[in-house]
Ligand binder design. Structure first.
Ligand code: NI
Ligand code: MN
Length: 225
């Protein structure tokens, strides 16, 4: 599995015949210069929750690439009305797809979808475990620290993508405890520095995590595992 970071919580996840985006926030994301026209053949788009910095450019990308959007039932309902291809899942649900196995995990957060006509109900926020060829990637979405993370230890996560920015999600102090709960092989921090209120230092996070390898990705950087 190969992942490329676009800043914030946006990642490209690739494997054979699998070219997926998670939380594709590109327009308005000052940490990436990647735009819609740079993206092609996106097979799948995962959306953790309804906030605009996570749904991001999903609609435009899915329209362009005919991608399958995997998200919770409520966001799936909202997007399918726009004639997009969606697959609805929900918290705790696991499903085998042709590319691998996906499990939706809980998150402590909100999931309203901001629109021009006000906030639309976006169900519950979540995260995803994406398993391909025995390798497991966990994208936590936006979440506070939760005891549910203790259960993830049993999933044997290879790479965990965890928010560290604080204010809307776990800060460094809580994310360090989250790593101890999840016990992944490698942790990659996300959701920091993109906005003034989430100005956390990933080097400080790295210093505080003791037993797990921390890999700080710069926007545009790729990591294979
Ligand atoms: Ni959010
Ligand atoms: Mn967010």
């Amino acid at each position: 599995m190969k992942i490329t970071y676009f800043g914030h919580s946006a990642f490209l996840v690739q494997s054979e015949n699998f070219n997926a985006l998670v939380d594709p926030f590109l327009t308005g994301n000052s940490h990436t210069s990647v735009t819609l026209k740079d993206l092609k053949d996106i097979t799948h788009i995962f959306i953790t929750h309804g906030h605009s910095d996570h749904i991001g450019d999903a609609e435009a990308i899915a329209k362009k690439c005919n991608s399958l959007i995997i998200c919770n039932f409520e966001i799936s309902n909202y997007l399918s009305r726009k004639n997009l291809r969606t697959h609805a899942m929900h918290i705790g649900g696991r499903r085998k797809f042709d590319f691998g196995i996906v499990k939706m995990t809980p998150a402590l957060h909100g999931s309203g979808i901001p629109t021009d006509d006000g906030m639309v109900e976006g169900g519950l926020p979540g995260g995803f475990i994406i398993e391909i060829d025995g390798k497991k990637l966990y994208h936590a979405g936006d979440t506070g620290l939760s005891m549910e993370m203790k259960l993830l230890e049993r999933e044997n996560i290879d790479v965990a993508l965890l928010p560290i920015g604080g204010n809307f999600t776990m800060d460094i102090r809580d994310a360090v405890l989250g790593v101890d709960f999840i016990k992944p092989r490698i942790v990659i921090p996300m959701h920091y520095k993109t906005f003034d209120v989430i100005d956390a230092d990933p080097e400080e996070f790295k210093k505080q995590v003791k037993e797990v390898e921390v890999n700080i990705l710069s926007p545009g950087e790729t990591f294979e595992f």
